[in-house]
Design a protein around this ligand. Structure first.
Ligand code: SER
Length: 887
């Protein structure tokens, strides 16, 4: 049975049983505890916690999931996918254990002709939580399972929570026995490769605190209702129903392996080491494409880093399979073809996806080249020192800085005839992991402070946002938070967070900066300088009580700083225009990757398949945008359905979190975009938009910055003044300036060169005087002198030779010093008669070089060197004379 069909049957089964079908949430749902959505229940979390009323009592979804915790297991076991689809059914206070068990059992065991999966009931096993007699009993009654196929397991296996404070509950899992050829007898307790888990039924009833019931800590509370959250692994069911060996060989994943076989000329199944590589490629290609599809671009932290790591592992695995050409685009095409029946945006958005993978691959191949150089140098040094093993810190550096996995380093080292200090490498990796864990923990603790906001949300509900139309409102304070704790009142001078029942203040989001303003009550004022939404639905005004005492329940006037809001809104509207302009000129692949709308200025990041945007395009976009301003187009915002928004071509970033109702902002006919931000009413209000710069901020992502309105005008005005001043100074018309300045610069260069030459000639012509001034030191003619600053090493050498020549057949030593920019160069030359008396230039150097903080060396006739202390030159001259006298 095809994977798409497995998913379809699941949905059908539960829709028939009264569940509302809910589409998969984006992989990057806005949950601060998660990098990626990793379970079907994530989008329903507020319903479990009772933070929001569930819109339906029962739901079913096929959720895209990413889990990268076990990335090193990928390809080595039969069942670890970094991307997978979790099919789930959910009950919010509706049916509980009996209903969940019955629904699951029916779907799993009813025949394929009857729309089920047709698993043989005699090969199914289940597990229940230690003391969950109720579940065990239900399995006996409903499924008729014998006691020996109902195993009890501890919290580690049979308690489920999100790994952070939140909903949780005991669970019960369904396993399929693949047969004795796959491992030991004894049920899931004995062997999870032979007994493959396909479905987890969670009886969601607890609130988990900082410590998990998985480790035996009691829950800290009960959820308001008893719920059901289940997750069936679609890929695992596919593995079983398609009779293949592992999740990588199922219909949607295996085609990538075939493509990799074509590239490499090697065959899957021929060599166990290669097979792991093939499977890594297939798994990662799919996760990578799905993650990019949801709007993530490769980067050095967070989600971007996970994505980068996945893509780079593909490229490296391909190299290890002997492929040297670019592969990512081709693998991405296979993934698109397999996955787009369920996720059509992969096809419509493919140009952007493939631009991102190509850029990342290019960047990595360069890194790989640089890393290989480091590797080669390290190998050469190791061999030269007679070593047989590459140091652990080198392997770690290659891993950490150049993204070389240890297996790549091992393989390259073995080709070079070396071993690698793997132990040393692992110790360093372990240290790094400990640091990363400490970081993650610190972040989670920060998140623990959400309690105070949640409490306000629980009692007062969502904050009503009035700011699209109003800039002031009469509101009531429903919560005050000081240092993360809810308080009834806050006195003058206190840094406070104020929650209102309704507010005109815009909380930072979607690239738009927060409003500022003031909240006035009877006898008190709060100056607001930041507005955030730390939990969905709640707007928190951050600021300081400037006088009086703010109290909960007080009626206040909330007043937005209109100047700031106006400037930020202008920037936001300008960003939409720039986005539309870029798309028009660069194609749909130029999709927004981030933005900042600040007063008077904006930053817009976007993917650009073709690299830098030519100046001519920037000019055209700027021109066009300003024409839209001049036409004074109406800016309209309206709410519509997601489908309608797509139909009218509204730009949206797939994967952003949009509900079914979306807000569309359009500016005349030029731009139409999904957006929750605030905007001007007419494009003419923007006045002027000036693009400032365009640059790269990472592989395939470009950034433009621009000024808007009066800030744009002031910028141009300043430039105008500058140009006028220059024109005045150069006595030229502005348009003649480039040529005029170019001419001046060129003349200056020639003059400097000339001056240099004159100086060198003067120095060289001093040879006669220097030779004449030779001292007699114990029968040796010594010329020891500091010559003027700025004489180059070459000139100094030439001068020393000239002086030496003038000393003729006498024993003579010439030592010249020149200081430039805080550095000293020196040259020592000896005549042959001096050398006959044992005076070798190279040997003299150590006698005086330390005096100028330097060193040097050379042959008996000529030596040179340098130092870093010009003030030591006189001491060095003395030291040289003494050395000659002592010889
Ligand atoms: N939340 C549970 C899991 O992820 C069941 O959906 O396994």
């Amino acid at each position: 049975m095809q994977t798409h069909e497995i998913a379809r049957r699941f949905t059908q089964h539960f829709v028939d049983a009264g569940h509302t079908r809910v589409p998969s949430a984006s992989l990057i749902l806005d949950d601060p505890t998660l990098l990626f959505v990793n379970a079907g229940m994530v989008q329903f979390k507020p319903y479990f916690l009772g933070e929001a009323p569930p819109p339906y009592p029962r739901a079913t979804s096929i959720q895209k999931c990413v889990r990268t915790g076990d990335i090193d297991e990928v390809g080595r076991t039969t069942r670890h996918n970094t991307f997978f689809q979790m099919a789930g059914n959910f009950s919010f206070g509706d049916y509980f254990k009996a209903g969940a068990i019955e629904h699951a059992w029916n779907l799993v065991t009813s025949s394929q002709d009857a729309g089920g999966y047709g698993f043989d009931p005699d090969r199914l096993w289940v597990t229940v939580y230690l003391d969950d007699d109720e579940a065990a009993d239900l399995w006996r009654r409903i499924a008729g399972l014998p006691d020996e196929r109902i195993q009890r397991r501890s919290g580690k296996d049979n308690y489920w929570d999100m790994g952070v404070p939140g909903p949780g509950g005991p669970c019960s899992e369904i396993y399929y026995d693949r047969g004795p050829e796959h491992g030991r007898d004894g049920g899931p307790e004995a062997d999870e490769d032979r007994y493959l888990e396909i479905w987890n039924l969670v009886f969601m009833q607890d609130v988990r605190g900082e410590l998990s019931p998985k480790e035996g800590h009691p829950p800290v509370g009960e959820l308001p209702r008893k719920n059901i959250d289940t997750g069936l692994g679609i890929e695992r069911v596919a593995t079983l129903l398609q009779g293949v060996g592992n999740v990588y060989e199922t219909d949607l994943v295996r085609p990538v392996i075939s493509r990799a076989e074509e590239f490499s000329g090697r065959r899957y199944g021929a060599d166990p080491v290669d097979d792991v590589r093939f499977r890594v490629i297939a798994d990662h290609a799919r996760s990578g494409v799905m993650i990019i599809g949801d709007g993530v671009t490769p980067g050095n932290e967070g989600r971007g880093y996970v994505l980068r790591r996945l893509l780079r592992r593909i490229v490296r695995s391909s190299r290890l399979l002997g492929v040297n050409e670019p592969v990512l685009q081709s693998f991405a095409e296979v993934v698109r073809d397999e996955m787009s029946p369920s996720y059509p945006e992969l096809a419509t958005d493919f140009e952007r996806i493939s631009a991102i993978v190509r850029a990342e691959e290019d960047a990595f191949l360069q890194t790989l080249t640089a890393g290989s150089r480091i590797f080669d140098t390290a190998v050469a040094a190791t061999k030269q020192a007679g070593g047989a093993q590459l140091a652990g810190d080198k392997a770690f550096q290659l891993h950490d800085t150049y993204g070389f996995p240890i297996d790549l380093t091992l393989e390259m080292a073995s080709e070079a005839g070396l071993a690698v200090d793997e132990q040393g490498f692992r110790t360093l990796m372990e240290e790094q992991r400990t640091r990363a864990k400490a970081d993650a923990k610190a972040r989670k603790t920060g998140h623990g402070d959400m309690g105070a906001y949640r409490a306000v949300l629980d009692t007062a509900g969502d904050t009503e946002f009035l700011g699209y139309t109003d800039l002031t409102s009469e509101s009531r304070i429903v919560g005050l938070v000081v240092d993360g704790v809810g308080v009834p009142a806050a006195g003058a001078g206190t840094a406070v967070e104020v929650v209102l029942d309704r507010t005109p203040f815009y909380a930072e989001g979607g690239g738009q900066q927060a409003d500022a303003g003031v909240i006035r009550g009877d006898g008190f004022t709060v100056a607001v300088d930041d507005v955030q939404s730390p939990v969905t639905g709640l707007v928190v005004h951050r600021g300081r009580v400037t006088d009086g005492e703010a109290t909960v329940d007080a009626v206040v006037s909330a007043e937005v700083d209109t100047g700031r809001r106006g400037a930020v809104s202008r920037s936001h509207s300008a960003t939409h225009l720039v986005h539309a302009g870029m798309r028009k000129h660069l194609g749909d692949a130029a999709a927004q990757a981030g933005s900042l709308n600040a007063p008077g200025r904006l930053r817009f990041d976007f993917t650009s398949p073709a690299g830098a945007v030519p100046v001519s395009v920037l000019d055209e976009v700027e021109d066009e945008v300003n024409a839209v301003l001049q036409d004074d187009e109406e800016v309209r915002a309206f709410v519509t359905t997601q489908d309608e928004a797509r139909r009218i071509g509204a730009m949206a970033l797939f994967g952003e979190k949009y509900g079914d109702q979306v807000r569309v902002v359009e500016i005349g006919d030029y731009s139409r975009e999904l957006c929750g931000g605030t905007h001007v009413h007419r494009s003419g209000q923007l006045g002027l938009v000036k693009l400032l710069s365009e640059s790269s901020i990472g592989s395939g992502v470009r950034r433009v910055e621009a000024l808007v309105g009066i800030d744009a005008f002031r910028y141009l005005a300043r430039e105008h003044v500058l140009v006028s001043q220059l024109a005045e100074q150069f006595k030229a018309r502005p348009e003649e300036l480039p040529e005029r300045i170019g001419g001046v610069v060129e003349r200056l260069r020639l003059a400097e060169r000339e001056l240099e030459k004159v100086r060198a000639d003067a120095v060289l012509s001093s040879a006669g005087a220097l030779a004449d001034g030779a001292d007699d030191v114990g029968g040796v003619a010594v010329v020891a002198a500091a010559v003027p600053e700025g004489v180059s090493g070459n000139d100094l050498r030439a001068l020393a030779s000239d002086v030496r020549g003038r000393l003729g057949a006498r024993p003579g030593v010439v030592a010249l010093f020149s200081a430039t920019d805080g550095k000293v160069s020196f040259v020592v030359a000896t005549t042959s008669a001096a050398r006959d008396r044992g005076l070798a230039a190279g040997k003299l150097v150590p006698a005086f070089a330390p005096a100028v903080g330097g060193r040097g060396g050379g042959k008996p006739d000529l030596a040179q060197g340098g130092g870093s202390d010009p003030s030591g030159v006189p001491a060095a001259l003395d030291a040289l004379r003494r050395a000659v006298a002592a010889a």
